[in-house]
Structures are given as C-alpha cells and as structure tokens.
Design a protein around this ligand. Sequence first.
Ligand code: PGA
Length: 341
Amino acid sequence: MQSVRSRRRVREHASPLQLRGSERIETENSFELRGSERIETENSIELRGSEKESRNSKSHSASWFRETRDSKPNTMSSPRKFFVIGNWKMNVDKNRINGIVKMMNKAALDPNTEAVVGCPSCYLSHAREHLSPSIGVAAQNCYKVARGNFSGEISPEMIKDCGCDWVILGHPERRTIFSEPDSFIAEKVAHAQEAGMKIIACLCETTEDRKEGRTKEVLFKQLKSLAGAIRDWSRVVLAFEALWASNTGVFATNQQVQEALALVRDWLRNNVSEKVADTTRLLYAGSVNSGNCREMAALKDLDGFLVGSAALKPDIVDIINARRGRVSEILASLRIEDQQG
Ligand code: PGA
C-alpha cells in the first residue's frame, strides 16, 4: 500500500513531468521540431534504464556534485534560484521567434527556474509582447550611456522602454569578434546598473587560454574589472563561457566546469564578500544541450546555464527543467518509503 505521503509526492510530481509532444508538433514554423522523437527523448531522459542510471550514480559519487542534488528536486529554499538564459544571438527572424515563443509558452517549465531569452534588439518588443510574463527577455548588448550620437547602438534605457529588464554584457563574441576590452565592458556594466537593468555578465576562456593553462588568470582579470563596476550584486548573474567548448566539437567535462566555477566563487569570497559569493548565481556556457544539462545541473557551484544553439530547439525546455526530479527517482523514493512502512 502506498502511504499518504507517497501518494502526495506522486501527485506533486506528476503534472510537471507530463509530456507535451502533440503541442510541440503544433508549434511548427521555421522552428526545428521533432515531435515524436522529442517524446522519446523526454521519456528516455525521465525513464531510461540502466545506462543513464549507472552513469549518474557513478559520477555523482564525485565530491564536486551537490550531495543531495540528485535525490531531491530543487526547491525555492535555495538562495540561488536556478537560472537559464537561451541566447538566440543573430539566429532568429520574427517567424522563428514566433515558433520558439509558442513552444516555450506552452511547455511545462519548472517554476523553480528563472528562464530568460536573449533577443536581438530589433525584436525585443515583439518577444516581450508575446512571451509569457514569467519568462524574462534580455538584450544581447548595450552601450554605456543613455542617449546621443552613437549610430547603431542601443542603451539600457531603450531596452527598458521595450519592456525588458535584462542585458547580456561581455559575451565572448563581443569580447573576441568585436574586440571589446574589459574596461569597455565594465563601463557598460556600470551604466546598465545605474539604469536599473539586471545583467548577465560573461567571463570568457578561449582555446588558447585553456591550452596554455591560463584559466585562473583570465577569469580573475575579467572578474576584477567587472567587480569594479558592479554596485548591486543581487542584480547580476555571472556566466563562465568555455569558448573552447562552444560549437567546436569539444565538450567541457563536469569536472572542468565545476573547477572553473569554484574559482569564480572563491574569487568572489576573497575579493567581494561572503554574502556575494554565497548568493551570486554562476552559469556555465558552452554547448549545453538536453543530453548534458542534467548531470551538469548537479554541480556544486553551478546555478544555471547560458545556452546558444540549443536555445533555438525544444532542448531549451529540457535545459530549463534540468533540475526537475526524474520519474525514476521519484518512483525509487516511493519504494523506499513504502518499505519503511
Ligand atoms: P552554445 O553558445 O550553447 O551554442 O555553445 C553559448 C553562447 O555563447 O551563448
């Protein structure tokens, strides 16, 4: 017989885990949809047997995973709410946005995750108007003053005027392709904060940095510059981007991700404050997808993801839901409770 507690737990977890395959099929546009394949993928994520299970239990014995993470769904009691930003970059038009928006609005997203999309500036108002209010909208860049003769730029004030309150600053593509130095990024961060924006500030490690063992050096240098510009850490999320693992065919291991994030958190502890170190959310970016997000979501110092390519696909739903309890775990915990009487 199931105990009352067991039955209650099943009910609590049943609805978020419902699959919404057919609704996804309806969301066709230019958006990449894989209706039935998707259902299978979700089922396999939730219910797949021994291979995934044993891989998880083996790696979860490592100390860099949260001790209790994989046996309990995330709860609001954490001071760091799980955060996922799907950055569309310059890969969308209105039609594609409509498909993604429809899919995200209909999906059963984990309410314990703060979800945001990174939208090209010309579509900010459109995205804000059509996305569910529970999903945030971020600009992908902004300039360091409110207004003036700066052709081609947008200001935080304009982003707010479009109804959006997030901005990504210091994205690796800005740092590398557009040669934005730390000092310029810091000026933009300072002004965006003054203007009341919430900021996703990126830290970037290139392939050369990684090859030459400069991880700590480059992260600390970028952190120092950013920290000098940040007044209110409660409105900043930091994203560590392993550029060497972003669309390169190379994937960062869980250990590499955890080590880099631990460096960032330690730096905050030693150079800003205990409180900022304990409360600032640290994201990982670099080829996050529906296949690797769940294990990574259990890393001790990881509080979410900045997602590029997978943000254009239904994978983003799995990534937003990466910390949701799996059916197999819930069933297993019920069996244990029942045995205990
Ligand atoms: P990716 O992009 O997930 O495609 O690697 C991440 C980013 O740079 O925004």
